[in-house]
Unconditional design. Structure first.
Lengths: 129, 144
């Protein structure tokens, strides 16, 4: 098992931070959720689907593009379409995995299993004597 | 505060290391406290798995065996796609004490990033479409 690479860990942290920052804002969450649910869309499409001005959407899309959470691609009639970019989400998921990992539960279960097994053994010994 | 790459817990158990070792490294032991079902091929590189009644399965690969002191395995990072190659390393260390065993579990590798994921997370966008779109817009403006 190679030792953890501090550079990579730091890079992962930077990516995750951008994801969590993006998700902390309800408007950006709505934009990302819409792109995830309905696929790539232009700023105009999004302003039709969300109760937010096109201007505000454009501002958030610029931030999300900068953070690498959406990618801009050429669409029809010179309109830029935005697509959800999932790689940073995978990185953020790793951090959630660390937070969601529960060792306390299993270790408590191990402790009570061992104690119970010992009690049973002692009881069995008592029975045969 | 950086995100945790490793998680460490220590518990004092009132049982000798050999008893704890069996609970950690055998199918019978693991299925009694960790999974609902378990199977262990106890040799370096051996496959092991645990299944839970709610449907979750953990596939493990045995990495380190120093009976009855160190047991290490790797497993898939929960929540990442099944095809993702990244795994965390779990190592149990058993130290004899006057009252039984001090058991330490360390799980590390949560913050690892493959070169591939690193490239994807960073470079896809920064160079890619952003600048190309700028060039496209400039080209179209010039043509108009």
């Amino acid at each position: 098992m190679p030792p953890p690479d501090p550079g990579a860990a730091k890079a992962a942290e930077a990516v995750a931070e951008q994801v969590f920052t993006a998700l902390a804002d309800p408007t950006r969450r709505a934009i990302l959720a819409t792109l995830a649910a309905d696929g790539p869309a232009t700023a105009t499409d999004l302003s039709g689907r969300l109760p937010i001005t096109r201007q505000a959407i454009a501002k958030h899309l610029a931030l999300l593009t900068e953070a690498g959470l959406v990618t801009a691609e050429p669409g029809e009639r010179r309109r830029v379409r935005y697509r959800l970019h999932s790689a940073p989400m995978q990185v953020a998921k790793q951090f959630l995995a660390a937070l969601a990992r529960d060792w306390d539960g299993p270790l408590a279960a191990l402790q009570s299993h061992l104690d119970k097994a010992k009690d049973n053994d002692q009881q069995k010994e008592g029975d045969t004597q | 505060m950086p995100f945790p790459d490793r998680i460490e817990r220590t518990v004092e158990l009132a049982h000798p290391p050999t008893t704890v070792w069996s609970a950690l490294t055998t199918s019978e032991g693991l299925s009694a406290w960790f999974g609902n079902e378990a199977s262990v091929d106890l040799r370096p590189g051996g496959k092991a798995w645990m299944k839970w009644d709610h449907g979750h399965t953990a596939d493990m690969r045995v990495e380190r065996i120093e009976e009855p002191a160190v047991f290490g395995f790797t497993w898939h990072i929960n929540g990442l796609p099944q095809e993702d190659p990244r795994r965390t390393y779990v190592e149990f260390t058993l130290e004899p004490t006057t009252t039984g065993t001090r058991l330490t579990v360390v799980e590390s590798g949560f913050a690892q990033l493959t070169d591939d994921a690193h490239r994807k997370a960073y470079n896809d966008n920064t160079g890619g479409w952003g600048s190309e779109l700028g060039e496209l817009a400039a080209y179209l403006d010039a043509a108009a």
